[in-house]
Design a protein around this ligand. Structure first.
Ligand code: FA5
Length: 327
């Protein structure tokens, strides 16, 4: 009987040791300590134990029962602790590859545009996005009753301020702070309450150019735009000007550039330009009899869309990694 108990104890502890889940542990308990378990099954053997050995065998039987119960409780606590700590982490598993970040296609377009104009002798000027009416309208020869000032066409703010609608504001700020001659570009965000569609957004970017010197002509303007088009869009690019109207330039023109779109050369409208109006020079304190200049303003989203074949301006602002990853 003592041998049977020893055998039972050894086997039961070895099996318990091999269990790891709470279901398996419960099966073990039923199998050894349950009412129909293996420990109960050896009890009838007590009848065949000689009477003088019964106290020792009975004591041993109780010992085995206590040992198995204690071992079961300890194992159960250990399994519960592991479950609370969460699933075991296999530190040898290979990790997930992490994508390498890159600059947004618009940021890269801006850098490229600035680089081309820098090579042509333009320096970069800056101005605020929250503007006053003087810099956004008055100094640009846009009178108080001009339709461009309508509340429906502008994001007005308290204190006669507004989000600038064009980078032409930086022309004024630069001329107010600098004596001619000067040759600058200004790149930045502008804001208009336009309805969003494939080519319009309410916040977009412009690049403004301004060159002031003696005897500047439309030929200088067209040459600068032509050099930019060739440098940026490639040797087949061309520039066309169509007569237009802007209050701050006279004469004024729309700028179209001819470039390859889906393998075919096409004319694409990119912005406006013209010779700086004498009223603008007077507003900033330059003598219009002495100084002449040209200015242009191009939409950067439209440039990027044409260069990279992007059909919808909204994709540039949706931050969809599947789209951005292509550039
Ligand atoms: C202007 O903003 C003038 N300041 C340009 C200028 C500068 C003329 C200097 C003369 C001298 P316009 O409103 O046409 O012009 O805008 C210029 C370009 O900005 C457009 O040709 C287009 O490329 C881009 N643009 C205009 N509105 C939007 C819009 N809602 N979303 C995206 N791009 C736009």
């Amino acid at each position: 009987m003592l041998d049977v108990l020893h055998e039972l104890e050894t086997t039961a502890l070895a099996e318990l040791d091999a269990q790891s889940g709470s279901d398996a542990l419960e099966e073990w308990r039923i199998s050894y300590l349950g009412t129909k378990g293996k420990l109960r099954a050896v009890m009838p053997l007590m009848k065949s134990v000689p009477p003088d050995q019964k106290p020792a065998v009975g004591k041993r039987l109780n010992e085995v029962k206590t040992t198995l119960e204690t071992a079961f409780r300890e194992k159960k606590d250990a399994v519960a602790d592991t479950a609370e700590a969460g699933p075991a982490i296999d530190v040898t598993e290979p990790g997930f590859p992490c994508g390498v970040g890159r600059r947004h296609v618009l940021s890269r377009t801006i850098d490229e545009i600035v680089e081309v104009f820098a090579r042509m002798g333009f320096s970069v000027a800056y101005g605020p996005e929250v503007e006053d009416e003087w810099h956004n309208f008055n100094a640009l020869n846009i009178p108080p009753d001009h339709p461009a000032r309508e509340p429906t066409d502008n994001f007005y703010m308290p204190g006669a301020r507004l989000l600038r609608t064009q980078t032409s504001t930086v022309q004024i700020r630069t001329m107010e702070a600098t004596q001619p001659p000067l040759k600058i570009i200004a790149v930045g965000r502008v804001y208009r309450p336009d309805t969003h569609d494939a080519t319009h957004f309410s916040m977009f970017h412009q690049v403004e150019g301004l060159y002031v010197d003696r005897r500047v002509t439309m030929v200088d303007l067209k040459t600068a735009l032509f050099q930019f088009a060739r440098a940026y869009f490639g040797p087949g690019a061309e520039v066309r000007m169509r007569p237009s109207f802007f209050p701050f330039t006279e004469p004024s023109a729309e700028v179209d550039m001819k470039m390859k779109v889906k393998g075919r050369y096409q004319w694409v409208e990119l912005g406006g330009c013209g010779m700086v109006d004498p009223n603008v020079f007077e507003a900033v304190g330059y003598d219009p009899e002495e100084w002449t200049g040209y200015a242009f303003g191009l939409g950067i989203e439209r440039i990027a869309m044409r260069k990279y074949g992007i059909a919808d301006i909204r994709w540039l602002y949706e931050n969809d990694a599947r789209f951005l990853r292509q550039f």
